[in-house]
Every structure is written in C-alpha cells, then in structure tokens.
Design a binder for this molecule. Structure first.
Ligand code: BYC
Length: 359
C-alpha cells in the first residue's frame, strides 16, 4: 500500500476533518514522487523545517519525526483525559451552583482537548484504539501531575492557577510546532486553557484574599502541595532530557524544559505574592544579575517514582480510566453500528437515516 493511502486507511471518518484540511493541498513532495536518497530527503525536510514551513500529514517525513510526534501527542492526549479525573472528583462537592457549572464546563473542555489531540495523532497513521489500548495497559505515559490527589476545594483553585498555568506556558509555543495538525489543535486548546487558568486564580483569590482564616490556610496548603509537582510538569532538567535537542531541531519544541520552567516561575511568584501566599521554597530569591527568580532543587527522585507508577494516585487513575472505558463500550458499539448503517445508506445499499435511527 502506498504510504499516503496507508495513513488514510488509519484515519477514521468524521474524527479528524478539521486537522486534515490540508490533506489535498499542502505538501511540496507528494508520496508518488520518485524517492531521492534517504539522506537527501532528510536534508530537504530539515530545510523546510528551518524555513518554518508546516509539515502536513501527506508530506514525506523521517520515521523518527513521525514517532516523536506520535509519542508526544499521545502522551499529551492521555494527560488531558486522565486530567479530567482529579477535578471531576469535585463536581459534586463544588461550593455553589456557579462553581459547579464552571467546573463541569472545564472538565468537559479537557475531554475535548483529548479528542482534538487523538485526532491529530491519527493523522500520523496510528489509530485512536491503539493509543487507548496502550494507556489502559499501563504502557503509555501521561503527565505526572495527575497522579496527585485533590484533597480540598482549594486544590481545584490550585490546579487551575498552577497546573493550567504551567500547561499554557508549555503549550503556547506548541501553536508554532512544525507539524500542522498538532499546531492547529493547540490554538483552540490554549484559548481554553487560558480561561481555565483564570477560573483557578479566581478561586484562589476568593479563598486567600476575602476568605476566612481557615480558607486562607486551605489555599496555602494547596499551594504547598501543588507547587513542586507543577514544576515537574515541564519534564526533566535539560541535561537529563533525552528528546529535547532533536525536538528543538525539528521545531516540535521551541523552548527547552528548563527555559519554560523558569518562565513559569517568573510569572507565578508575583501572582502568589498578590494572593498573600508564600511559595514553599526557602531558596527562592530574585536574582538581579539574571533578572530571574532563582529557585531551590527539585526532587527528581519523586518525579521518577511517579513516572514508574508509584505516585499517590497512579493505580487509582488507571483503574478509573479502565472502568470508564468499559462502561462506555455500549456507546461505542452503538455509534459504530449507526455509522455502518449510515455508510450503507450513502452507498445506496442500506435504509435511509430516519429508518436507521428508528431501528
Ligand atoms: N510527566 O526528554 P523529555 C494539561 C517523560 S496536559 C510524565 O524531556 P519531551 C492539563 C517524557 O515523555 C499536560 N512524563 O521528553 C490537562 C519522556 O518519556 P519517554 C501535558 C514526562 O517529550 C488537563 C521522558 O520523560 N502536556 O496540562 O521532549 C487539565 C523524558 O523527557 C513528564 C503535554 O503533554 C511529565 N511531566 O518533553 C489541566 C505537553 N515530563 O517518552 C491541564 C506536550 C517528561 O521517553 N508535551 N516526561 O518514555 C511536551 O511538551 C513534552 O512532551 C514534555 C516532555 C515537555 C512534557
């Protein structure tokens, strides 16, 4: 099968159209062009990247570029849907109807982000079912941050403020990622993340600036527990990060893990000050020479343990995801059966849609 056809075969109708709009138009090198030598192709590919051209699904790309994107986009998609769990935990306990409505909308947004990202990954020739199977089997990574528990309502504020704040810092540059479908998916995700960050900060403001003493203490306690895991979201330090150098050359990543972590610290310390809360880092200080905040060491042992599945909630998160997948089986089967009937109708061999729905 020709490579172009092969990946089209993997794309499930209806799930990807906004990300595959460039399938028929972009791509300077259609798969039917006689292959140049592999090294020459890679050189031309790198030149396109260096000119800041977007790479589209039909374009030739080195296999390692494809695999890197599948890995990163899949981990990102998994993070979004696993990220629904710690916050979903508080929907029934949100302190007012307004808070409940906002939280439901936010959690629903995260589900949507997961769907855009799975769709973007599918354009690279991997199926959503395959990615989901890897996640449920415990063979895929998702962000370390979602393996921590949400103990109080202030945790919902801290997640919006810190976790979504860190996500925005990391994800705005991804809107300029070299792979078109991922970059386009990130534009809408970042707009929504920005709203999420504000709702979290507003919860923190309410608790810390106009709350009771107990509420201020609850806000400080949430900051104490979420600060270090939020810094870990940016990934290992640059010297330990195996993928950064190549991902920067391919313009998948535009900044290193440490650069983004530093930007986040610089933006967040004044916000904590405005809340009247203290960052739980005794070494934190403004460094006049670099014009950045200097911070204390991160406990990378904790980070590695969480990645190995030994965080406080790893098992709980996967168990919840597996249960949700199982209880949604009948919906997937019904949707697939309906789609089958529909496609029979379009080819003139099945009943009209009205009959299909009624049956
Ligand atoms: N947690 O060489 P490195 C959200 C892994 S969603 C777990 O630096 P890379 C939100 C890394 O995958 C947040 N694993 O890798 C959702 C690699 O493992 P493998 C998710 C991590 O890819 C709902 C290894 O460590 N955001 O914000 O160059 C509600 C070496 O790392 C972590 C994204 O996924 C981690 N924290 O850089 C609210 C953004 N960090 O594959 C909010 C897109 C690293 O070699 N992803 N690892 O086994 C990225 O930007 C990059 O993939 C990373 C890592 C910066 C995360």
């Amino acid at each position: 099968m020709r490579p172009g056809l092969k990946f089209l075969y993997h794309i499930r109708l209806g799930s990807v159209h906004m990300y595959t709009q460039a399938l028929d138009s972009c791509g300077t090198e259609p798969p039917s062009v006689a292959p140049a030598g592999e090294a020459e192709r890679e050189r031309q590919f790198q030149e396109r990247i260096d000119r800041d051209e977007k790479i589209e699904p039909k374009d030739w790309m080195p296999d390692a570029y494809r695999q890197t994107l599948i890995r990163q986009i899949a981990q990102h998609a998994h993070s979004e849907i696993i990220g629904m769990l710690p916050e979903g935990n508080w929907i029934t306990r949100a302190p007012s109807l307004r808070r409940k409505a906002v939280l439901i909308a936010k959690v629903q947004d995260e589900g949507g982000h997961g769907m855009y990202l799975y769709s973007a990954a599918e354009t690279l020739g991997v199926s959503r079912g395959e990615l989901m199977a890897q996640l449920l089997a415990g063979r895929a990574k998702y962000s370390s941050i979602f393996n921590y528990p949400t103990l109080t309502w202030a945790d919902i504020g801290a997640i919006g403020w810190l976790v979504d704040g860190a996500a925005i810092m990391n994800q705005i540059p991804l809107c300029r990622c070299s792979y078109g479908p991922y970059a386009r998916a990130m534009v809408r995700i970042c707009k929504e993340e920005s709203f999420h960050q504000r709702q979290g900060y507003e919860i923190m403001l309410t608790l810390a600036r106009s709350g009771t003493r107990a509420q201020r203490e609850m806000a400080q306690d949430a900051l104490d527990r979420w600060w270090w895991p939020s810094l870990m979201m940016f990934g290992p330090s640059d010297v330990e990060s195996g993928h950064t150098a190549q991902s920067m050359r391919w313009r998948i990543k535009r900044f290193t893990n440490d650069e983004l972590r530093q930007k986040f610290i610089d933006a967040t310390v004044p916000q904590a000050r405005f809340l009247g809360l203290s960052i739980p880092d005794p070494d934190l200080r403004w460094d006049e020479a670099s014009q950045h905040y200097a911070s204390g060491p991160i406990d990378w042992g904790e980070f590695q343990a969480v990645l190995k599945g030994e965080g406080p909630c790893n098992r709980e998160r996967l168990a919840a995801r597996r249960a949700a997948h199982e209880s949604g089986r009948w919906v997937r089967e019904a949707a697939a059966a309906y789609a089958d009937k529909h496609s029979d109708h379009r080819t003139g061999t099945g009943p009209a849609p009205g009959y299909a729905q009624a049956s």
